[in-house]
Design a protein around this ligand. Structure first.
Ligand SMILES: Nc1ncnc2c1ncn2[C@@H]1O[C@H](COP(=O)(O)OP(=O)(O)OP(=O)(O)O)[C@@H](O)[C@H]1O
Ligand SMILES: [Mg+2]
Length: 197
């Protein structure tokens, strides 16, 4: 059975698609056979992959669209399946979460992001969830407050954070060469899933 990881948040623009693609890139580089299912009707991940192919430098993994029916019944072809989801569409999010071994919830540190992160966490049921601080400035008070609140609530959090950096903005549509903190994030993810090899 494939290891299935879903990127989830009821908040838009927190970095779900970026994380899906960079974790998949990192896993591919380590020799895992990976696929990404793009469950977002806006098709950001699919478009990303198509653009990279058109530029002659395709991604090292398959990206295919997925819908509610697919999420309920399709079997993955790869060792690791990453599911990228749209923000705030429970009809799609719920079947993605249900088939997942792990859910990653990216969140910024603004009050709106944090508020949505708690509601996303509350919708997890029994599926293990881990929060990924994303697009954050670690020197701010808001970021420290986020870390403190997560510690207080005993929520699992990645040690590695995704900083708000201009370099991430250039990645959509490309086969990423530099993946920043996503190499460590992938290592943490694999450690958590005890799948390291
Ligand atoms: N760490 C970062 N630093 C700077 N910009 C980022 C970072 N992560 C993502 N971005 C940019 O922010 C925008 C939103 O990122 P992304 O598409 O990954 O978020 P998303 O959660 O998938 O959004 P949506 O909810 O619309 O699907 C994109 O333009 C992306 O390039
Ligand atoms: Mg997205």
């Amino acid at each position: 059975m494939a290891l299935t990881v879903t990127l989830l948040s009821s908040k838009g623009g927190v970095g779900k698609t970026t994380a899906s693609m960079l974790i998949a890139t990192s896993l591919s580089r380590r020799g895992y056979v990976v696929e990404v299912w793009d469950a977002d009707p806006q098709a950001s991940a699919t478009t990303w992959a198509e653009m990279a192919s058109e530029e002659g430098d395709p991604l090292p993994f398959k990206v295919t669209p997925a819908n509610i029916a697919t999420l309920k019944s399709r079997k993955p072809e790869a060792e690791v399946l990453i599911i990228d989801t749209p923000p705030g569409e429970a009809g799609i999010q719920t079947p993605a979460v249900r088939r997942s071994d792990m859910v990653i919830i990216p969140t910024g540190s603004s009050w709106l992001d944090v508020d949505r992160m708690w509601s996303t966490l509350a919708s997890m049921g029994n599926v293990p969830a881990i929060v990924l601080p994303s697009r954050v400035n670690t020197r701010t008070r808001k970021y420290r407050d986020l870390v403190e609140a997560l510690e207080g609530a005993e929520v699992a959090v990645f040690d590695t954070t995704v900083k708000e950096l201009e370099s991430y903005r250039d990645l959509p549509g490309t086969n990423p060469k530099k993946i920043g903190g996503f190499s460590s994030i992938t290592t943490e993810m694999l450690d958590l899933m005890e799948m390291k090899r």
